[in-house]
Design a protein around this ligand. Structure first.
Ligand SMILES: C[S@@+](CC[C@H](N)C(=O)[O-])C[C@H]1O[C@@H](n2cnc3c(N)ncnc32)[C@H](O)[C@@H]1O
Length: 288
């Protein structure tokens, strides 16, 4: 009978098996073994010589096989950290991306630290944007929407487990979920990948309606920018996340709809990922 493998051996072979299939094979292997053993990465690192039972080793290998097949680690562990908070995720929601923290930071910089403000998160998914903002701004009144009932259920549950109880959850397509309501800031990370983009193939495990709004990739942002002025208070603002090659098109949409001070914020890699602007009083009620 062969001897039981150690944590170190499983991590080495696991990472080697993920090479070429993952951008972070070592980290993925640690997260998956931690999931099986019910411990964090520090505990794995503290006792690399510890042996692992045949049952646990088999469970780890099964997770590795799913990861090799393209399932995101977050779906396999059931959790993803965002804004240093633990969010439960399932295949019903997009796996939150680090780029979206830039959107949260951009909006937070413009919200009062200690005064009431109304914020809307359109297309909330697992709830990351709404919950991070509500947590950082205790006097904010945050509303979060999604067209997906499953996503809203996950977002609600995340808010409860993180201890945020001031978010209102509304189901509906974009602004249909908040008829007649106005906000100080609207934030959205909408679907923006063109349906024809070959990159979608690598994202097949995630919900298609969370990734792509149509052939051009801009359809959801067009809708949101067109309708936002009717849902903003005087001097209110809109901030949207978009693809790194969509900044000019999005800025043109903002300007055409009367937004002022339109600018794009770049991520750590220098890529333009968030466009924002504010609306003057006169523009708020205009438009078809
Ligand atoms: C790119 S995901 C963003 C999820 C989350 N905000 C995040 O940053 O991780 C886009 C979200 O928009 C939602 N969505 C797609 N079409 C929508 C629509 N017409 N109205 C409202 N939400 C929509 C999807 O269900 C999905 O949760």
């Amino acid at each position: 009978m062969s001897r039981a493998p150690t944590i170190d051996e499983l991590l080495r072979t696991g990472a080697a098996g993920l090479a070429g299939r993952s951008d972070s094979p070592g980290l993925d292997a640690r997260l998956l073994l931690g999931k099986v053993l019910g411990c964090d990465r520090a505990a794995l690192a503290a006792r690399p010589e510890r042996t692992v039972s045949a049952t646990d080793a088999a469970a780890f290998r099964a997770l590795l096989a799913e990861r090799r097949a393209g399932v995101p680690v977050a779906y396999l562990t059931g959790v993803r950290e965002f804004w240093s908070l633990p969010f439960a995720v399932s295949p019903a929601v997009l796996v939150p991306r680090p780029e979206t923290e830039l959107l949260v930071a951009t909006v937070l910089e413009r919200l009062p630290a200690d005064a009431p403000c109304a914020v809307l998160d359109l297309g909330t998914g697992s709830g990351v944007i709404a919950i991070a903002i509500a947590k950082e701004r205790p006097r904010s009144r945050v509303t979060a929407t999604d067209v997906s009932a499953e996503a809203l259920a996950i977002a609600r549950s995340n808010a409860a487990s993180i201890g945020v109880d001031r978010v209102r959850w509304r189901r509906g397509s974009w602004f249909d979920a908040v008829p007649g309501e106005r906000f100080d800031w609207i934030a959205s990370n909408p679907p923006y990948v063109a349906a024809t983009d070959p990159a979608l193939a690598a994202l097949a495990a995630e919900p298609r309606e969370a990734l792509t709004p149509g052939d051009r990739g801009l359809e959801a942002i067009e809708r949101i920018v067109a309708d936002a002025p009717r849902h903003l208070h005087p001097a209110g603002g809109l901030a949207v996340e978009h693809g790194a090659d969509q900044d000019r098109a999005v800025a043109t949409l903002f300007a055409a709809r009367g937004f002022e001070g339109v600018r794009c914020v770049r991520d750590h890699a220098g890529l333009p990922r968030v466009t924002l602007g504010t609306i003057s009083d006169i523009q708020r009620g205009l438009g078809p």
